[in-house]
Ligand binder design. Structure first.
Ligand code: ZN
Length: 71
């Protein structure tokens, strides 16, 4: 009985050791690539652009240009 338990534990360890590096690999892929930035839509024309390049408008809206924000 103890033998089966040992094999079970060993299998679990092997499975975990085999899985752990893969999980880490999957977590590593670059998350802060420029294209991965938070995208927002212009409230006037609906075009998508990075939040850092968008012009913030009232009530949490964003605009692609000052013309769209003021017009
Ligand atoms: Zn626009």
């Amino acid at each position: 009985m103890l033998k089966y338990l040992l094999i079970c534990i060993l299998a679990l360890i092997v499975w975990w050791a085999w899985r752990a590096p893969r999980r880490r690999e999957r977590a590593v892929p670059p998350r802060n690539v420029e294209g991965d930035e938070n995208m927002v839509a212009c409230a006037r024309c609906g075009v998508y652009l990075p939040a850092s390049e968008a012009l913030p408008g009232p009530r949490g809206t964003y605009f692609c240009s000052s013309q769209h924000r003021e017009g």
